[in-house]
Design a protein around this ligand. Structure first.
Ligand SMILES: *Cc1c(COP(=O)(O)O)cnc(C)c1O
Length: 394
């Protein structure tokens, strides 16, 4: 009887980007003892010889096509078809804005309608593989929906802490997929505090943004995908609506990994972080030249994914923006609504306000010459607009 080949995996362990501590990644862990997020590391030299990029072409159209460069949940891989979303050339929108090579990465096509599915696919798979039985997290909406769905499929209990102001569709979606929803007064930061007050007693594994190492790994696959979908020529500019920053940090990590694998050349994109005028801690810290971001008082924006007053990975977001030669821009909610309508009218995508924000940011950066008309620009439409009824109505 032939034994099926064990799929190669190059996961090496977890490293702390702040204090340099190293963990083997064989047990359930949250953050480093020093408080920093942990980053997954891989045996890149070995992978560079064993894994040519041509090997990917025939694989399944999900993020697991990059499984050698992801943590390995073994038999506990939980998949709902996440990842490998379309990268759409946006000719009409590009013409209107004055960009000859504009693309939209449409993350609305993920399970539960946002790119949060990517992170939850890898995080919930690993939590299950490493023995967690109950999951909990604070969420402004989409992360909760995704955690509930992947938790249901994994057979794990999920407790969500959502701000009272969370739009109804997010709450209903999470309840339909079996999560227990706790509504908390205040912002996502208050939800996080409420959760952490209780985790100890309940045996919950905390899936908060960057408080466990594997959501980042799922999100980094957006970087692998745009490289593969653009024929391994990375774009000049990536425009990313930033809340907790997992996607931005993850893509920047992916670009470094792919360079080490010999899949791409050294020219990496300039990363643009877009936030809301009513909650822009990263933009403010970037402009002040600071290494970490002070919490934003009284965060206000319709874009719930951007209503993140303080991010545990702030220093990693700011580092990625600066290393890339990028920048950070704040836009108003009115501009986000206009962006939603413009993307819808020109390209047929119904995006969330976070996606709408990218258009306003590009207009601003074109006007000041920071983006050039022939730059290859990718806008991240991070989620569907269908859960944000208020933002669609005018
Ligand atoms: C969560 C979310 C964001 C922010 O993503 P981060 O990676 O946490 O910065 C942006 N857009 C939407 C639709 C989201 O749900």
């Amino acid at each position: 009887m032939s034994v099926p080949a064990v799929p190669a995996n190059f996961f090496a362990g977890l490293e702390c980007p702040r204090c340099g501590a190293w963990l083997d990644g064989q047990s359930l862990v949250g953050t480093c003892a020093c408080g920093s997020p942990l980053l997954a590391r891989y045996r890149l030299e070995e992978a560079a010889t064993a894994l040519p990029r041509e090997a990917l072409a025939a694989r399944e159209p999900t993020l697991w096509r990059y499984h050698e460069m992801l943590p390995d949940p073994g038999a506990h891989r939980i998949c709902l078809g996440e990842g490998f979303t379309p990268l759409l050339p946006a000719v009409t929108l590009g013409d209107e804005l004055g960009l000859s090579r504009l693309y939209l990465k449409d993350e609305a096509l993920n399970p539960t309608g946002s790119f949060k599915a990517r992170g939850m696919a890898t995080a919930v798979s690993m939590a299950k593989a490493l023995g967690a039985t109950r999951l909990a997290l604070p969420s402004a909406g989409n992360a909760g929906s995704a955690a509930a769905a992947y938790g249901a499929r994994a057979g794990l209990a999920v407790d969500l802490f959502l701000p009272e102001s969370t739009p109804v569709p997010f709450r209903l979606e999470a309840e339909v997929t079996g999560a227990r929803v706790h509504l908390i007064p205040g912002s996502i930061a208050d939800c996080g505090a409420a959760l952490r007050k209780r985790t100890a007693g309940f045996g919950w594994f905390d899936l908060s943004t960057l408080r466990e190492p594997y959501r980042l790994e799922g999100k980094k696959t957006m970087g692998y995908e745009i490289a593969e979908q653009m024929g391994w020529q990375l774009p000049d500019v990536v425009v990313y609506p930033t809340g907790g920053g997992t996607g931005l940090i993850g893509m920047w990590k992916a670009f470094a990994e792919m360079e080490a694998l010999g899949w791409t050349t050294a020219a990496r994109p300039r990363m643009v972080s877009v936030q809301a005028e009513g909650c822009a801690p990263i933009v403010r810290a970037f402009e002040r030249g600071e290494e970490t971001a002070a919490p934003w008082e009284d965060p206000r924006t319709e874009a719930s994914g951007l209503r993140v007053p303080s991010a545990i990975g702030d220093f990693l977001i700011l580092r990625a923006i600066r290393e890339s030669g990028g920048t950070a821009v704040a836009v108003s909610d009115a501009e986000m609504r206009a962006g939603i309508r413009r993307i819808g009218r020109t390209e047929g995508c119904v995006t969330a306000p976070e996606g709408g924000a990218t258009v306003a940011a590009v207009q601003r950066l074109l006007a000041c010459g920071w983006i050039r008309p022939d730059d290859r620009v990718v806008l991240f439409l991070t989620g569907t607009g269908l859960k944000y009824l208020e933002s669609l109505t005018g």
